[in-house]
Design a protein around this ligand. Structure first.
Ligand code: NAP
Length: 540
């Protein structure tokens, strides 16, 4: 397959798309179908985005495969066979490569290229985009598909350089892999990523030390293999699913339970929770009872239900209590799925090191230092998360109208209009930008495709009307931010500290990064903007 070649000269394109993951590939496809000359830029050496970078042991999607896919091509839906309900990273990466090949997307993608700056010129109504390859691209439309969890966070531990072993961040896992067999391994971080790593490597390594600052409420993933009959059954449902996912709370095939939790008897409540639990998916959380997001009593009951499940899995009661969250309620931070996570702590070679009271002091030549004790390690795995929602764009040095800096703006206050545009930044479009469900409360493929479709329609409209630029007015943005905040503030999520509210990044202004009014409601707001010919947006 040929790939886009680079040249030192300034090149003009109808659109520049940043990122060649799920969103970027589809955005490239849609704009090219419209006849635009598009260049996609990606820092990686291949397509895949999240599924290219996050190749750590145990990486696996936690949306069901039959809804975690593209809907735009019947042929693709017919051709691609998912092997499991929740496929592992290599399969999703293979799928995205298959899509890139099938639709001949690679020829317009330039790999190994990081955007270093983007500047809007009001006079020409063009973006000038610079890269670390010393290239300059000029374009009217700058579409960021750079991802909501793509800017890795590495805590500033002391003496990194002293450590003689190997260190790897899960989101920058070496393509050639890492041999962990028989090694003494330390994992820092017990979010969704750390949990997947820990449950996967526990059997393989000689010693595993888990450095945990905050425990999580992990719930079971019930994975299953698909045979042809299972695949055929799902295929028969694709036409209905491709419609229905856009109207549920979180873009999955299930929606919240109808009926009030508190109207149920204690026995009915337990039965309902057990039924959701048995499904072995995120439906226990975002397909359960919405009251758990608003009502402290309901949340406390559901939290206790999950705590009991954890207690039942872990043999040592002292370790079990350490693995049980007590300082936040179930579902108020991202809920991870697990298969053998809690069982890992029943193994003799796995030790939980609680660093909640005594933080990791830093590295030594031989390992990590906690509370004056040295833990000797051959490998340290950093599962320490991301600067979510804003990180990818903030690291690009984007300057909009009158030279305003997006990085500076978001350092003070994280705002957007529908998560799709930002006041002061004409013709900048953001897929999975902050304040949209795609930042956290969505089956990603549902929301990314919906946002790409909105952006494509918008660009088509501008071209048809011979308009040069679109930008949300300040009033429009104020309206969206207020609606977003009102919705967020009515939930218990604001009381919990996690990446959802930007608390994991020092100095990041606090706001729920993801819109929590539901995918169906969000889609309606987006459709209204399009159907009103972008009322509240300045068109010029
Ligand atoms: P994360 O949820 O932000 O977890 C980071 C972990 O690192 C937390 O346990 C955090 O502790 C810990 N940590 C950070 N700094 C530390 C320090 N100085 N000392 C000790 N511990 C430290 O990040 P993530 O696990 O990479 O997950 C991010 C998101 O990616 C998930 O929530 C999910 O949306 C997505 N994801 C999805 C999948 C999937 O679809 N299957 C898989 C993995 C990830 P604190 O909690 O105390 O800060």
């Amino acid at each position: 397959m040929s790939t886009a070649s680079s040249s030192a000269a300034t090149e003009k394109f109808d659109a520049i798309v940043v990122g060649a993951g799920i969103a970027g590939l589809y955005q490239l496809y849609r704009l090219r179908e419209m006849g635009l000359k598009v260049r996609s830029l990606d820092a990686g050496s291949q397509v895949g985005g999240t599924w290219y970078w996050n190749r750590y042991p145990g990486a696996r999607v936690d949306s069901q495969s039959y809804i975690y896919q593209y809907w735009f091509s019947d042929e693709l839906l017919e051709e691609w066979d998912w092997s499991q309900r929740f496929p592992a990273q290599p399969e999703t990466e293979r799928y995205l490569n298959y899509v890139a090949d099938k639709f001949e997307l690679r020829k317009d993608i330039q790999f190994n290229t990081t955007v270093t700056a983007a500047n809007w010129d009001a006079e020409t109504a063009l973006w000038t985009i610079n890269t670390d390859t010393d290239e300059t691209f000029v374009t009217p439309y700058f579409v960021s598909c750079a991802g909501m969890l793509s800017a890795p966070q590495t805590p500033p531990f002391a003496n990194f350089e002293k450590f003689r072993g190997a260190i790897a961040h899960t989101a920058r896992w070496p393509r050639e892999g890492m041999d962990l067999a028989g090694k003494r391994v330390g994992v820092i971080g017990t979010g969704a990523t750390g949990i997947q790593v820990i449950q996967t490597i526990a059997k393989e390594v000689s010693e595993l030390k888990v450095f945990q600052r905050s425990p999580q409420y992990a719930i079971p993933m019930r994975n299953e293999d698909y045979d042809d009959a299972a695949r055929d059954a799902w295929r028969a449902q694709y036409p209905a699913l491709r419609e229905s996912v856009h109207h549920t709370f979180a873009g999955f095939d299930y929606n919240f339970e109808t009926g009030a939790y508190l109207d149920l008897s204690p026995e009915q409540r337990t039965a309902a929770l057990e039924r959701l639990w048995a499904d072995g998916s995120l439906s226990f959380w975002i397909g359960g009872y919405p009251e758990m997001f608003f009502d402290e009593t309901v949340n406390a009951e559901v939290s206790e239900f999950v705590r009991q499940k954890i207690r039942a899995r872990v043999k040592d009661p002292v370790v079990a209590e350490k693995l049980i969250p007590t300082h936040f309620g179930f579902g108020t931070a991202r809920v991870p799925l697990e298969t053998e996570y809690y069982d890992a702590y029943n193994r003799d070679n796995v030790q939980l090191v609680d660093v909640s009271e005594t933080p990791i002091e830093g590295f030594t030549e031989n390992g990590l230092l906690v509370d004056g004790r040295e833990y000797e390690l051959d490998v340290v795995i950093l599962a320490t998360g991301f600067d979510a929602g804003t990180g990818a764009l903030s690291r690009m040095d984007v300057h909009g109208r009158d030279g305003r800096s997006l990085t500076e703006q978001w350092r003070k206050d994280i705002r957007s209009t529908l998560g799709l545009q930002v006041h002061g930044f004409p013709n900048l479009f953001t897929v999975a930008g902050p304040l949209a469900p795609s930042t956290a409360f969505c089956n990603m493929t549902t929301c990314l495709q919906q946002q790409v479709d909105w952006i494509t329609d918008c660009i088509a409209y501008l071209r048809k009307q011979d308009l040069k630029a679109i930008e949300p007015s300040l009033e429009k943005e104020d309206w969206w931010v207020k609606h977003h905040d009102d919705t967020a503030n009515a939930t218990l999520l604001m009381a919990t500290h996690s990446w959802y509210t930007g608390d994991n990044v020092e100095g990041k202004p606090r706001r729920l990064l993801s819109y929590i009014g539901g995918v169906g409601a969000y889609r309606q707001f987006c459709d209204e903007a399009r159907d009103s010919h972008y009322e509240g947006f300045a068109l010029s």
